[in-house]
Write a protein that binds this ligand. Structure first.
Ligand code: ASP
Length: 316
């Protein structure tokens, strides 16, 4: 039996449940719990499903030991090959980006409106990042350590500035470890364990920015989001930030996954491209700050163990 093109598309799509609102909503039928619902295939790939499957498969491969090694090597080699292809793409990207941004500018009904929208988006991300970095994170630190981290933050100033200047958590790693060890007196055993992991997977700023960016893009596209879609965006952006490399503007790449969750095309990242280089610097600073405060909390919580470790070393 032949397979039609439509069959293939339906198989590629993800399945979801949708509520069907009545044609006219009045007082008798405005209870959403009584509305009909049905299932439908959507055009996007099931990114959240893929991420969950990948995590489960990773755990399974780790559990398999020697038997799982070929699969591990396969994925490592695939990763290397993708990195090589990405490098080639990066070489031609300036030309592609130029045309993407220009086409969006020409498409816009009014240039002034577009600049105004971008400005509001920029401010939203900035206020969110500052609130997270200087209110939420210090509050978590305070609750765990019982100490207001003003001095701690001042001591991290050089690392925050380096993160802002380089736009890369990895490039800032040595400076942030230096600030933690020399100025904040955090045990090197903690910094050397927490900071490299933090720089790779803990990116609060990136997660926050990706969620705001996707909501902004859907608003520009006049697409209203349901609560479940906003929830899916927040989970996928957290996952995407874990997957993002700690290099400049990596968050922009993994954001494609988040866009896909709500059925928006990947090329829509070009809507925010113009301001991303600057936002990247702010979010990288918050990423580094999050890692540093995390190291401070770990050092405080493992004080006893660290002392025991010192005694054991000196007795040996
Ligand atoms: N530049 C960020 C970092 O290195 C990642 C990103 O959000 O693009 O932490």
């Amino acid at each position: 039996m032949g397979t039609s093109r439509m069959d293939i598309n339906v198989r590629r799509a993800s399945y979801r449940t949708v509520i069907i609102p009545p044609k006219e909503i009045n007082e008798t039928n405005n209870d959403i719990r009584l509305w009909e619902f049905t299932g439908e295939y959507t055009g996007s790939s099931n990114v959240l499903g893929l991420v969950v499957f990948s995590v489960v498969q990773g755990i399974a491969i780790a559990q398999m030991g020697e038997v799982g090694k070929p699969l591990q090597h396969f994925y490592t080699a695939l990763g290397e090959a993708m990195m090589l292809i990405t490098n080639w793409v990066i070489w031609v990207s300036p030309i592609g980006v130029f045309f993407l941004v220009t086409s969006k500018m020409l498409e816009a009904e009014s240039f002034a409106v577009m600049v105004g929208q971008l400005g509001m988006y920029f401010m939203t991300v900035l206020v969110g990042l500052l609130g997270h970095g200087f209110v939420t994170l210090p509050l978590v630190y305070f609750l765990c350590v019982r100490e207001i981290p003003i001095k701690f933050l001042i001591n991290m100033g050089q690392a925050i500035l380096t993160a802002f200047a380089t736009g890369s958590s990895s490039a800032t790693l040595s400076v942030s470890m230096g600030c933690l060890e020399e100025k904040n007196n955090i045990d090197p055993r903690v910094t050397r364990f927490v900071m490299p992991i933090g720089a790779t997977i803990n990116m609060d700023g990136t997660a926050l920015y990706e969620a705001v960016a996707v909501i902004f893009i859907s608003q520009v596209r006049h697409m209203s989001l349901s609560i479940s879609q906003i929830f899916a965006i927040s989970i996928t952006s957290t996952m995407a930030s874990i997957g993002a490399a700690s290099i400049p503007q990596a968050g922009l790449v993994t954001m494609v996954m988040v866009l896909d969750t709500v059925g928006l095309p990947a090329e829509d990242v070009s809507l925010i491209f113009a301001v991303d280089w600057l936002l990247d610097r702010f979010r990288t600073s918050i990423n580094v700050l999050g890692d540093a405060l995390g190291a401070g909390i770990v050092a405080h919580l493992s004080k006893k163990e660290l002392k025991k470790g010192l005694v054991a070393v000196s007795m040996n």
